[in-house]
Design a binder for this molecule. Structure first.
Ligand code: SF4
Length: 402
């Protein structure tokens, strides 16, 4: 029994460098604990327990996560405080965590185990059936703060199996939130001054595959809910693997032609069908181009975002240049990521000649040079946070002044 909790004096400090979906899930956990009488403090020195939510998507994220651990270890060593780590880092860099005997860690898909660590009964802890907050915990969690923008986390983990993927390695298999709990969350926005909602997850195209429904069904239900609320709220769709175009294509297209859908992020990674096949991503560049050409006929101002993976093993310069040309033709924003090998992914089983770091860097610079002469926004996301933040300000400023 945890006497601190029993006597309602448990103080917990949270720190994270999570991506959007896990910031929302973390805020759900913090809200749950607050409702249980736990005191959330904002200075680790005042805490009994320190919970760190750590990302491991890219090497740059791993470095940031290790820095956060080191900044808090003094409280465990000197202060006798308990440190619990959870997040993709727990799985992707379990090797590092094993060196810290003072640290307890749980995998991202075992969030309920945090309550066990706190000796708090979790009989009523149902993150996938319950309402989630539509905001992040802290103002500093936002790259561009906009109180009229709300986030709707729809699922964690993923059902696709891209061979290189650190996200699935760290977050596990797909878990979708129940449709009703998402619609209830949307409905709760009726009394708020909301201009746009962002549908987000590790991969939104995977939504519902563990519930026997598809993403298009969710989008249709959300639009019907907004109609019922008589609210003209814009919709942005994040992180949609184009493999999702294989499901309810016509329905999805019809829904996205609605001008309320103002942004759609579809990471293509490459336009080379040969490479897509090796990556185990089951779509073709023609599927993507046909969808976008049809979409823009009725929703011409939709802002389309994508990701390009640069330097994937066996990638030729022709394939890379063709992918950049394709991305510039069909998308308004491109995130340019240098390929990184991750232990624990299916890549380990594949025999490849990997490109050198220098060659990958040279190709990335090349892509920046090409896109630098176009109107296409570009950055390198978590691999280069400054580029991402400046791109966001450019975009939001532009869309605001649209
Ligand atoms: S769709 Fe995205 S999250 Fe899912 S396995 Fe592929 S890269 Fe990873």
């Amino acid at each position: 029994m945890n006497f601190l909790y029993l006597f309602g004096i448990m103080k917990i400090y949270f720190r994270d460098n999570f991506c959007t979906i896990y910031k929302l899930q973390l805020n759900f956990l913090v809200t749950y604990l607050t409702d249980k009488g736990v005191d959330i403090v904002y200075n680790p020195a005042q805490a009994d327990i320190i919970i760190l939510g750590l990302c491991a998507a890219f090497e740059a994220d791993e470095a940031r996560s290790i820095k956060i651990i080191e900044e808090n270890m003094c409280f465990a060593l000197g202060g006798g405080k308990k440190i619990i780590v959870y997040g993709c880092f727990s799985k992707v860099r379990e090797d590092i965590l094993k060196k810290y005997h003072e640290i307890k860690y749980v995998y991202l898909w075992e969030i309920d185990k945090i309550l066990n660590e706190l000796c708090i009964n979790n009989d009523d802890f149902y993150p996938y059936e319950s309402m989630w907050p539509s905001n992040f915990r802290l103002k500093e969690d936002y790259r561009v703060y906009d109180k009229k923008k709300k986030f709707i986390g729809i699922s964690t983990g993923c059902s696709f199996d891209c061979v290189y993927c650190p996200h699935k390695l760290g977050s596990g298999n797909l878990k979708s939130r129940k449709l009703d709990s998402i619609l209830e969350q949307i409905n709760q926005l009726k009394n708020e001054d909301v201009e746009k909602i962002i549908l987000t997850g590790t991969d939104t195209a995977a939504y519902g595959k563990d519930l026997g429904i598809e993403f298009a069904d969710l989008l249709e239900a959300i639009m019907a809910e907004l109609d019922k609320m008589q609210k003209n709220i814009k919709i942005r769709i994040a992180q949609f693997n184009p493999e999702g175009l294989n499901d309810k294509y016509e329905t999805l297209l019809k829904l996205c032609k609605d001008n309320r859908v103002e942004e759609f992020q579809m990471p293509i990674q490459t336009s080379s069908n040969r490479l897509l096949n090796i990556m185990n991503r089951k779509y073709t560049k023609n599927q993507v181009s046909e969808f976008i050409e049809e979409l823009r006929k009725d929703n011409e101002n939709i802002f389309l975002r994508t990701d390009l993976l640069v330097g994937f093993p066996t990638e030729t310069m022709d394939e890379l240049l063709e992918s950049v040309e394709f991305a510039n033709k069909y998308f308004d924003e491109v995130a340019i990521y240098k390929f990184e090998f991750k232990k624990g992914t299916a890549m380990e089983k594949c025999k490849f000649d990997y490109l050198s770091e220098e060659e990958k860097e040279r190709r990335k610079r090349n892509v920046y040079e090409i896109l630098g002469n176009t109107k296409c926004l570009h950055h390198s996301g978590g691999q280069d946070m400054d580029s991402l933040i400046s791109s966001d300000f450019q975009k939001e400023g532009g869309m605001k002044n649209g």
